[in-house]
Design a protein around this ligand. Structure first.
Ligand SMILES: [Zn+2]
Ligand SMILES: [Zn+2]
Length: 338
């Protein structure tokens, strides 16, 4: 079968390798769609790891072979892999709702990765992370259970309620997913980005206020919130300037949710005095729990979150690198179909 390997920064190679065998209790899927995630794009562009590997974790496919002892799934089922990493479900982290912090989490993965024609899943995947794709949902749309699950976790940790004023910084794929979700939760959504094109999409998807970032961003947000500031600011992109902006446009006692993964090592400064006296609450939201990805499939099949509208391209394994090279502000989600 074909698989696209990452060799180094912006260096990929399509190789022919043997179809993996699933371990006892597992299954083999023929990959139908794998989402090109922002985290994959960062790894492709900036990887510092010398490891030659196959990326791709937002995977949908069809079961073509399965351990006969598994009764929950059968050959022919269309499924989506919510997480390629699997928590143990019984350690202290798992029991306290932080499954992505589980020590087992990253030790289990799929073979070889989603940018391949076939992927082998373990018994743990089938037991905890594989979800049957609902009728009427395309394999491409189903790949969104992972990114959407991550957004749902951030929304949950931020304790967003109806009519809350929420600022979303960054109007890329994740930013747009936040807009769609928050609209359904009846929040008042503000979106900040440098791209006019992306902001236009955010309004189309339900943002009430779109602000092209400039020197007056904070003033604009304060103006629309009676001078108080937003209840929550979600950062889908982060640097020092953005962190300062978030602290200036959040209300006293409000939330700053750090959703952006660091691209390189970062140290950021906060105004300790302001942060303390204004009673701000800042936290990160990384990955998602299994119940959130299950819930994400329901949002997708209900069409209340229109993930199809975010798919701006489909490429084969041979053109994956080219797709990354040619990404523009007009690209939201690119789906890889082997
Ligand atoms: Zn992802
Ligand atoms: Zn655990």
């Amino acid at each position: 079968m074909k698989a696209t390997f990452l060799l180094g920064p912006m260096t990929m190679e399509v190789r022919s390798i043997s179809v993996p065998k699933h371990p006892p209790g597992g299954a083999l899927i023929k990959v139908l769609s794998t989402g090109l995630c922002g985290s994959d794009i960062n790894r492709i562009r900036y990887t510092t790891s010398g490891e030659v590997r196959v990326l791709g974790h937002e995977i949908s496919g069809e079961i073509v072979s399965i351990d006969p002892n598994v009764t929950d799934f059968q050959i022919g089922d269309r499924v989506s892999v919510g997480h390629v990493h699997i928590p143990c479900m019984h350690c202290e982290y798992c029991r306290h709702g932080a499954q992505a912090m589980c020590r087992q989490f990253k030790t289990i993965t799929v073979e070889p990765g989603g940018y391949a024609e076939y992927v082998a899943l373990t018994h743990d995947h089938l037991a905890h992370s594989v979800i049957r794709i609902s009728a009427g949902v395309s394999s491409a749309a189903a790949t969104f259970i992972d990114p959407l699950g991550c957004c749902m976790r951030a929304v949950r940790l931020s304790e967003i309620r109806a009519f809350d004023r929420v600022v979303v910084i960054g109007a890329g794929t994740m930013g747009q997913l936040f807009v769609m979700l928050l609209k359904e939760l009846h929040a008042e959504v503000f979106v900040v980005d440098i791209s006019k094109y992306r902001l236009e999409h955010a309004s189309k998807f339900g943002a009430q206020h779109t602000i092209q970032s400039d020197n007056n961003t904070v003033e604009s947000i304060l103006k629309f919130t009676n001078g108080k500031g937003a209840d929550t600011v979600i950062l889908s992109f982060l640097n020092q300037e953005i962190l300062d902006l978030a602290a200036d446009c959040v209300r006293e006692g409000g939330n700053i949710c750090i959703f952006a993964p660091p691209i390189q090592e970062h140290r950021l400064e906060i105004d300790y005095s302001k942060f303390f006296r204004r009673g701000l609450r800042m936290f990160s939201s990384y990955s998602s729990n299994l119940d959130e990805i299950e819930n994400a499939m329901m949002w997708i099949s209900s069409k209340k979150v229109n993930v199809e509208a975010l798919i701006t391209g489909t490429v084969g394994l041979d053109y994956l690198l080219e797709a990354v090279e040619n990404l523009t502000e007009k690209d939201f989600k690119v789906i890889v179909q082997p």
